[in-house]
Design a binder for this molecule. Structure first.
Ligand SMILES: [Cu+2]
Length: 193
């Protein structure tokens, strides 16, 4: 008899039993729970990145809409359709997905953790929430690329988001759309419930 093996299997099954006893469910996503303990569906934010050609302002890509509102303590499903086909200057940590559930986002349905240097067109970055969601350029084959990210919000507040890809105008790329609320920056309002 292998006692070491036996002891290990007892501990393992004991843990499983206690986990099940505590009502824990093991799943890839953290599901926000209502006070009653019932899992709530995510709150959906849907936005589009449209190009200067589409919004009639040359060189001004735009998040439409750019001002979002969700209740506190919710799981958010952010769905972005981006019509932009060009990468912009993004470096360092803003190339990686951060602060989402599992630190991933879904690009046309595929889980992605980060991108190469010239493969990000825009980002949704909220430093206060530790959130960075890069958006790659759409491919030539598609009308738009779909990016879906899940994250949890807790405390109420008005959180400013900013695109960190230098997609604006001027020598730095930080002028125009980049520094104008409603274009490449906006707010995520988390309201009290
Ligand atoms: Cu941008």
């Amino acid at each position: 008899m292998n006692f070491k093996k036996l002891a290990l299997s007892v501990v393992t099954s004991g843990m499983l039993v206690s986990m099940m006893g505590a009502g824990m469910t093991v799943s890839a996503h953290t599901v926000a729970k209502h006070a009653s303990g019932v899992a709530m569906p995510p709150v959906v934010i849907q936005t589009n990145v449209i190009t200067g050609k589409m919004d009639g302002k040359k060189g001004w890509p735009e998040f439409a809409p750019a001002f979002w509102s969700v209740p506190q303590n919710s799981k958010v499903e952010l769905i972005i359709h981006s019509y932009d086909d060009g990468g912009a200057g993004v470096t360092g940590p803003n190339l990686n997905v951060k602060g989402t559930i599992g630190n991933v986002e879904y690009v046309d349905g595929k889980a992605v953790k980060g991108f190469g240097k010239n493969n990000v067109a825009h980002t949704i970055t909220i430093p206060q929430l530790g959130l960075n969601i890069p958006i790659p350029p759409r491919s030539a084959k598609e009308k738009f690329v779909t990016v879906v990210a899940y994250f949890n919000v807790a405390k109420p507040g008005n959180y400013t988001w900013q695109c960190m890809a230098q997609c604006g105008s001027g020598a730095s790329g930080w002028g125009g759309a980049m520094s104008t609320p409603g274009w490449m920056k906006g707010t995520l309002n988390v309201y009290k419930m």
